[in-house]
Design a binder for this molecule. Structure first.
Ligand code: NOJ
Ligand code: CA
Length: 688
């Protein structure tokens, strides 16, 4: 018996070896600097593979390309190479707002056309050969590819059961990742494990190979398609797994269509992963035209007090969204120059346990103690705008039915930004079905939600309203195409500092920078200067670190989250928050190690000043900032907010802060110490 097994194994090996040996190179493309290379091969079984290398060193070993369908044969094995063509692009485009004003898009492109034999099974009469094209782009700092489907020959919709796209990481290393397919959407602390210990991960997933090379796997332009999870199949081999759908097929598309781009950032270090515009470059240009009606800004809100449980979203004696309380916040915002006042709990539906109140939320009916027209007018007179709030409880059937009226109401009163919310466990979105009254359960990141979010963003854009979803679908750079999609949550935000078990902990922010933030802006909600959460619990932070977050975690809308009275008690820290911009001309990572530290410098988009923010994990660290990035010939005054000598996130000394000023000339070195769990913020004021 053993001999027979051995013989069979040897026979299989003998069959397999020539199959691999027969793998034919069919096309390749290199990045503009020639270092990054994508090679396309077709193996002896007809599987198309792509491989990625840099300087000849493999990063992605040959990885399969293909699809499974619910009603016809897969596209994968037995594919035939048809043709390929290449092209190049080198342009610079301007962001209306962002981490940097100008973005360079320099890449070489390879379009590979394949054909797959017609479906042979009994489910379809689609006998025609099926063409499929794959468009690859090689950049100096990453690659992207997407599939381009022609319409089905039989006129039926494509019904994708799953992708067969693989990512075979070519060398061992470690990964920073959050689990996909679990109940709490994207709201987890990041795991840091060997690559071989990842189960299924959301993207971006960040990887550091043994030689120090950093990769980040993600996707761009997630439009009318399900989000990609990365499932580790074996060893270092991952396969795209699409978020589920209630309809069987995870994606259903009629006619010709393109998939989102699968993207891999490639860098020498963590800093290079962040200073990288790969997914923005893979997205389509702005389709909204002139969007100066959106102004990046800071905002306060009737919000933190609900998370502290000193006020309620629900009506009654502790109701937060009362006329008097909102006016108090408007006055506070006006006094400090903050443009926005978010008000949650203003509309009917929050009574009882609001988790699961999706069918009760009414987006056009205020509670009687909240007078929207009066408050909106009161705010505008002081140069302040209310920020709207639509918590859906995940019931998009209800929300979509009332969407027009809800947005019209805000537009009528000059409310030009809305925070949306989808609080429901993952997979618990209630969507309209096909028959009247029918409802279906969907995932937060499935095709139906990709459609929903874009519908809200488009409807809002028509009314010149900006959108900031919480419990969102992940960011894939669509802000380039729809610049009113200004921010989102999509990770553990600052609210976990109030009540999370555990809290976010010091490693979270320096991990976010090189994972979640690669996707795009996050409404983290910093600025809790009291360092106090629910029930008086202490935040795992320091006072200087709360300021650093405004520079470190980018968003064009930044909350100043604490209660007005707590903020007023910190005039010297408020001096930084008042001045720190929310829109930048340039951004640079000065120091970074995933999960350990992040030091970022950004220049104000509307002036010469630079700002620097740094955060560390539980380790105190001294960073030496080389100011050679500053333009020569200007003198600067550095305003520094740093951890005091005794500061420590675990003790009452978390409040210990030193605020000082120093003259700086370009090229000077500034040494700043961060306490355990601490950080620092610097404003470099150009003085002549
Ligand atoms: C979750 C959001 O992240 C939070 O900011 C909001 O206050 C609640 N949902 C209620 O909508
Ligand atoms: Ca949330």
């Amino acid at each position: 018996m053993r001999a027979l097994v051995l013989a069979v194994i040897m026979l299989l090996a003998a069959l397999g070896a020539p199959a691999m040996a027969q793998a034919a190179a069919v096309a390749s493309v290199a990045s503009p600097d020639g270092r990054v290379r994508i090679d396309i091969t077709i193996d002896g079984e007809g599987w198309a593979h792509y491989a990625v290398s840099r300087d000849g060193k493999p990063l992605i070993a040959p990885s399969r390309l293909g699809f499974q369908f619910t009603d016809q044969d897969a596209i994968g094995r037995n594919s035939r190479f048809v043709s390929s063509e290449t092209s190049s692009r080198n342009t610079r485009w301007e962001q209306p707002w962002g981490e940097r004003r100008f973005v360079t898009d320099a890449h070489n492109e390879l379009l590979v056309r394949l054909a797959s034999p017609g479906a042979s099974n009994a489910l379809t009469d689609n006998r025609a050969e099926r063409p499929i094209a794959i468009r690859f782009r090689a950049f100096d700092n990453g690659i992207g590819f997407r599939y381009e489907f022609a319409a089905r020959a039989d006129g039926k919709p494509w019904r994708i059961a799953d992708e067969l796209t693989e990512f075979v990481i070519a060398a061992p290393g470690t990964a920073w990742w959050i689990q996909a397919g679990d109940w709490n959407r994207y709201e987890y602390l990041y795991h840091h494990t060997a690559i071989g210990e990842v189960s299924a991960a959301h993207t971006p997933m960040t990887v550091k190979l043994a030689d120090g090379t950093h990769l980040a796997f993600h996707e761009a332009a997630l439009v009318d398609y399900s989000a990609m999870w990365l499932k580790r199949v074996d060893g270092l081999r991952f396969r795209a797994t699409l978020s589920p759908s209630s309809r069987g097929a995870k994606v259903e598309r009629s006619g010709a269509f393109t998939t989102p781009w699968r993207s891999i950032r490639i860098a020498d270090d963590a800093a290079g992963l962040y200073d990288n515009d790969l997914e923005l470059n893979l997205n389509d240009p702005n389709v909204l035209g002139e969007v100066s009606w959106f102004t990046p800004h800071k905002y306060v809100g009737v919000w933190w007090e609900m998370h502290l449980e000193s006020k309620s979203w629900a009506s009654g004696a502790t109701h937060g969204a009362t006329n008097a309380n909102v006016k108090r916040h408007i006055d506070f915002a006006a006094k400090h120059g903050f443009r926005g006042v978010l008000v949650e709990g203003w509309n009917k539906g929050w009574d009882g346990n609001w988790f699961g109140n999706g069918r009760d939320f009414d987006f056009a009916q205020s509670y009687p103690d909240f007078d929207l027209p009066d408050l909106a007018a009161y705010a505008r007179k002081q140069g302040v705008r209310l920020i709207g709030h639509h918590e859906t409880g995940g019931n998009i059937a209800k929300y979509e039915a009332g969407l027009d009226a809800a947005l019209d109401l805000y537009a009528r009163h000059g409310v030009d930004a809305v925070k949306t919310g989808y609080v429901a466990d993952a997979g618990g979105i209630i969507a309209p079905g096909d028959a009247p009254g029918e409802q279906r359960m969907e995932w937060h990141d499935g095709q139906r939600m990709a459609q929903h979010h874009l519908r809200v963003v488009r409807e809002a854009a028509e009314r010149r309203i900006a959108v900031n979803p919480h419990e969102p679908i992940k960011d894939t750079g669509l802000r380039r195409t729809y610049p009113n999609w200004v921010s989102r949550e999509g990770a553990r935000g600052g609210e976990y500092q109030a009540w999370g078990t555990p809290g976010n902990g010091p490693a979270h922010a320096p991990t976010l920078v090189f994972t979640r933030m690669l996707a795009g802006p996050m409404d983290y909600t910093p600025g809790v200067l009291s360092l106090k959460g629910r029930g008086g619990r202490d935040l795992e932070s320091t006072l200087a670190r709360e300021l650093a977050l405004y520079v470190v975690l980018y968003s064009p809308i930044q909350m100043v989250a604490d209660l007005p009275e707590n903020l007023e008690a910190h005039p010297r820290e408020m001096d930084f928050i008042r001045k720190v911009p929310t829109d930048w001309a340039q951004t640079r990572v000065l120091a970074g190690a995933v999960g350990e530290l992040a030091v970022l410098a950004r220049q104000d988009r509307n002036g010469p000043d630079w700002y620097i923010g740094g955060v560390t994990d539980t380790q105190p660290r001294e960073v030496v900032i080389d100011t050679a990035f500053l333009p020569a010939g200007t003198r600067w005054r550095a305003h520094i907010w740093r951890d005091g000598d005794t500061a420590d996130y675990r003790t009452a000394a978390r409040h210990d802060i030193v605020i000082e000023q120093k003259p700086v000339t370009a090229g000077d070195r500034m040494t700043i110490r961060m306490a355990a769990g601490g950080g620092f913020a610097v404003r470099l004021e150009a003085i002549e």
